[in-house]
Design a protein around this ligand. Structure first.
Ligand code: ADP
Ligand code: MG
Length: 450
């Protein structure tokens, strides 16, 4: 069987077995080179290269064996396939630009935005929770405007959205200094726009952004309820999209879950690639801690790091925060960092973070902000879907995060009886299994409450 048809069939088999972003990002960029002696030789594009191959090799072997009708093994090399957009010259695996831009480099560009020098690809630990997002970001950084536009990154608080977005920024500034890049938080975007509007210079505002070649917008969820900003953003978005200039957006949820976001914006944000970042697994948490320790010149036993990694699961910001407290505590008390000291400190911190600190009113407030509904609706009885789901989530959180009984919770939710609270909690537990946006909403709201 000729190479082309085996590969074509292999791809169509793989397409059914893999999730779409992984398939688009990786498989479609592989170039088959030859097929002889039951060995399939492949070329993998430089930047996404071999790390992914290891992960998918057995899947590719199975699919190509099925396609060829005989057992096939795969040998891959990496290199410029022509399919990969602008691979860096002479790059080995994951070519990385120098960590942060040197000051003299910055001056060559128009008003380089401030990016945190720590937020580079080099410092970004890749694990199963963020692998696709990392790959997509790297691909966008290598070929802005050419691979995924817009790139929409979403995930809970403290999971690395800003980090990976700024890594794209650093990479582009270092490898393509002629490009103008803007990084802006949605809050800053809104304030800046209001200032321009006050001075009657809205056009200048728009033009300022239109001069940019790459636009990184952080935390887009904050445009909720702001029609004027949404309109401006829409105009800028269209212009960027049409001129194939790269847009990268981060958000704490999917576009469809941002309340009051206009439909036309939701649909535009869905045009490119949507990549999520999930909470890191234990291994990734440990690697992140080790990386932080490497940079800090203190000695911490491995066991102590494992203890932190196994205790702090919520997000990376808390993970780093806990490590920093341990380091600070030890240095203030001039004690050596041992596992038992670490345990002591964690025990001091963690109870503070544990549930039972929230009261029902603050839960109701946070849920109403997150979903863009009125607090009164959450304790009312209206049956509209946009309200029913947030109301159930609020009751669920009240049961999880307070020590109130079902009846007490029912009372605070407009005198409902305990069975309707129980029903809501059970319903949300089922939804959690089924719909990852419910999990994300709950994680986000919780992180604001703790
Ligand atoms: P978010 O924007 O999603 O709230 P951040 O990007 O601010 O989260 O990340 C929070 C902290 O965690 C930062 O200090 C960041 O450097 C660190 N961090 C996040 N993801 C990673 C990662 N994959 N590897 C190393 N550090 C990370
Ligand atoms: Mg952020």
């Amino acid at each position: 069987m000729p190479l082309e048809s085996v590969w074509k069939k292999t791809l169509s088999l793989l397409e059914k077995k893999m999730n779409r972003p992984a398939f688009e990002l990786f498989m479609k960029r592989i170039v088959p080179v030859s097929l002889s002696d039951n060995t399939l030789y492949l070329k993998v594009p430089g930047a996404l290269s071999m790390n992914y191959l290891d992960e998918y090799k057995s899947l590719i072997e199975d699919a190509s064996s099925e396609a060829a009708g005989t057992r096939v093994s795969v040998i891959a090399s990496h290199g410029d396939t022509g399919a990969a957009p602008e691979p860096s010259p002479g790059a080995a695996h994951f070519p990385l630009p120098p960590a942060a831009a040197a000051p003299h480099q910055k001056q060559r560009r128009r008003g380089t935005p401030f990016l945190n020098p720590k937020y580079t690809f080099e410092n970004f630990v890749v694990g199963s929770s963020n692998r696709l997002c990392h790959a997509a970001s790297l691909s966008v950084a290598e070929a802005p405007g050419k691979s995924y536009n817009p790139l929409f990154i979403y995930g809970g608080v403290g999971l690395g959205k800003t980090h990976v977005m700024q890594a794209i920024g650093h990479y582009i500034i270092n490898t393509k200094p002629h490009l103008n890049l803007d990084y802006v938080t949605t809050d800053a975007f809104i304030h800046e726009m209001m200032n321009f509007v006050q001075e009657g210079k809205l056009l200048d505002f728009r033009n300022k952004y239109l001069r940019s070649d790459v636009l990184l917008i952080d935390d887009i969820q904050f445009v909720q309820g702001r029609e004027g900003t949404q309109y401006e953003f829409f105009q800028i978005f269209n212009s960027f999209y049409e001129s194939k200039k790269q847009i990268v957006i981060t958000c704490d949820r999917l576009p469809k879950d941002i309340p009051t976001l206009e439909d036309r914006l939701v649909s535009r944000l869905n045009w490119g690639l949507i990549a999520d970042i999930k909470p890191p697994d234990f291994e990734t948490r440990l690697v992140i801690l080790k990386k932080n320790v490497e940079n800090s010149a203190v000695a911490i036993p491995e066991e102590a790091l494992e203890l932190i990694a196994s205790t702090v699961k919520s997000n990376i910001r808390d993970l780093e925060g806990t490590l920093n407290r341990v380091i600070a505590h030890a240095s203030l008390s001039s004690r050596e960092i041992t596992t038992s000291l670490t345990r002591e400190i964690i025990n001091d911190i963690v109870p503070l973070k544990a549930p039972l600190t929230s009261n029902i009113q603050s839960i109701i407030n946070e849920v109403s902000v997150y979903f863009g509904v009125e607090p009164e609706d959450l304790i009312g009885r209206r049956r509209k879907r946009e309200i029913v789901m947030p109301r159930m989530i609020a009751m669920f959180l009240a049961r999880e995060m307070t020590d109130r009984t079902l009846s007490q919770i029912g009372k605070e939710f407009g005198n409902k009886d305990h069975s309707s609270v129980l029903y809501s909690c059970e319903k949300i537990e089922r939804e959690l299994q089924r719909d990852s946006s419910v999990q994300l909403a709950i994680d986000n709201i919780k992180s604001r409450l703790i």
